[in-house]
Design a protein around this ligand. Structure first.
Ligand SMILES: [Zn+2]
Length: 107
């Protein structure tokens, strides 16, 4: 299995996104958030979440970013159901390739 550490900055469609784990999301009942105006991908740091769920959440927010840049964004945004499906599909696809995304500090 090839492990790729999710970097703290990520270039998507020519924009430099910041990837961050934070505790504020859980307070708001969210697991992840894509803030296009600030180029931020936020993932909860809640420790009771299964790590595969967090990987899927990270990919979910990446899909939102890709959708916004390459697929029309706000005027024709993918539904949450489609974004979830795409994120899960990408996670499985990466697994099939023997690639596992890991968060910084994850063992
Ligand atoms: Zn979403």
């Amino acid at each position: 299995m090839i492990e790729i550490v999710i970097p703290s900055t990520l270039r998507i469609g020519g924009k430099d996104y910041t990837v961050e784990r934070n505790s504020v999301l859980a307070i708001r009942g969210l697991e992840g958030e894509h803030i296009s105006s600030q180029c931020r991908l936020c993932i909860t740091d809640k420790e009771d979440r299964h790590i595969d769920d967090l990987r899927a959440t990270f990919l979910h927010e990446v899909v939102h970013a890709i959708d916004g840049i390459y697929c029309g964004g706000c005027d024709d945004a993918m539904t949450e159901v489609k974004v979830n499906g795409m994120a899960e599909g990408l996670l499985q696809f990466l697994k099939e390739l023997g690639i596992r995304l890991i968060f910084e500090g994850e063992e």
